[in-house]
Ligand binder design. Structure first.
Ligand code: FEO
Length: 402
């Protein structure tokens, strides 16, 4: 049965949720599920904003048929050509052969790459800032390359001042009937997952997000409709400011994340000792992760949030422990910047962990090593405590000075 909601007088949410998928993009765990949003505008012409993932195709088609109530579908706008949003194009062309697919040059290139059906009679190619009037509603298309993929567009509906923002302003997490952010306890139920979504999926493209925010600042936006997560119709500036901070790679909070790679518990022990000493100096709300236990997407997200991070790793294969090397390289690939970093290495013979961690961190932008990095040999002894104290003191002074 159809499952839709009106978001304004003539615009309907026709998306759906997936709580069964284990990993988004076959990579990121989504214990709270994910939603795929799509929106249908009824006017002189009918216009659908994006489609959904194959996982909910049946419901999606039911939704469209119900809302159209016998009408034809005139336009399908493709703001993003990633398959979690465009899996139903072929089915819609079969059902509505006169439909016009609205996209840019790259959109049509990608349709041809992903799918194998004839859409040559359905193409409506647009350029940046081109408009399409469908009655009372007027759609303006803005190309936003690399706000996740190069073909991405945002569509601004000028009459009701609604921004259809593709992946931007999205979040992991299925929706429980409440599709508007103001109907949810967003800070508790969505914010962490919105940050994890942003940092891991869009984080690399901070400069493009900054460009988009600048472009959007000229528009009066009353509602933001993302392809994932709840719709914003109140307090939009709250979430826009989160995107501003995240895309500038600025920490949201002065605080410490500790991440360790430990084989037999000795590196783990040092990290606990460091955290205890920082706690006794009054540092609150620290987060500690075992790289082999926690999916790196959660660690990336917390590092995006906090100002300081301490990496502690054992040496492995005369290099860096696999999980730690992978995390640091991922942070570098995501363009993480502006963090204060403490480093602790460990090795039994030919220790290399500290050296490799230092090389990776120093190859990133605006990262500062704080405290005095140190390396232990197999395990820390009681008579070596002053080395830890020296590290903690230096790290703490930097933390409270921020
Ligand atoms: Fe939700 Fe970039 O796709």
């Amino acid at each position: 049965m159809h499952c839709v909601q009106k978001i304004t007088e003539n615009i309907y949410w026709v998306g759906g949720n997936d709580r069964r998928l284990e990993r988004f993009e076959n990579m990121f765990p989504i214990p709270n599920g994910v939603c795929y949003n799509s929106y249908l505008i009824l006017d002189d012409k009918t216009c659908l904003m994006d489609t959904v993932d194959t996982a909910i195709s049946r419901l999606f088609i039911d939704n469209i048929v119900h809302v159209l109530n016998g009408r034809d579908l005139d336009y399908l706008v493709i703001n993003h050509m990633e398959p979690d949003h465009c899996a139903n194009i072929e089915e819609l062309v079969k059902r509505y052969p006169d439909i016009k697919i609205v996209g840019n040059k790259k959109t049509f290139q990608f349709i041809g790459q992903f799918y194998d059906f004839d859409y040559s009679m359905n193409i409506h190619e647009v350029k940046d800032c081109e408009t399409l009037c469908i009655g009372k509603h007027n759609l303006k298309f803005m190309t936003m390359p690399m706000i996740h993929w190069p073909e991405v567009m945002f569509t601004y509906e000028e009459t009701e001042k609604i921004l259809f923002s593709a992946d931007a302003f999205g979040a992991f997490g299925a929706m429980s009937g409440n599709i508007f952010a103001d109907e949810t306890d967003f800070e508790h139920h969505y914010l962490e997952e919105a940050r994890r979504y942003y940092s891991n999926i869009v984080g690399k493209y901070g400069s493009q997000v900054q460009g988009a925010l600048k472009k959007l600042s000229c528009y009066d936006i009353r509602m933001i409709c993302s392809l994932h997560g709840p719709i914003w119709r109140e307090n939009l500036e709250y979430f826009i400011e989160k995107y501003n901070v995240w895309s500038k790679y600025e920490p949201e909070k002065n605080g410490v994340v500790l991440v360790y790679a430990s084989m037999y518990g000795n590196t783990e022990n040092i990290m606990n000792v460091i955290a205890n000493k920082l706690a006794q100096k009054g540092v609150k709300d620290m987060r500690m992760y075992d790289i082999s236990k926690t999916h790196p997407s959660y660690i990336v997200s917390d590092i995006w949030k906090y100002s300081h991070v301490i990496f502690g790793s054992v040496t492995y294969n005369m290099g860096l422990y696999y999980g730690m090397e992978s995390l640091l390289n991922e942070l570098k690939a995501l363009n993480l910047q502006n963090r204060k970093v403490g480093l602790v290495g460990n090795g039994t013979w030919s220790p290399q962990a500290l050296k490799v961690m230092n090389e990776i961190i120093c190859s990133m932008k605006n990262m500062e090593i704080v405290g005095t990095p140190f390396e232990i040999t197999s395990s820390m002894k009681n008579n070596e405590e002053e080395i830890v104290d020296k590290f903690v003191e230096g790290f703490f002074i930097n933390l409270i000075g921020c």
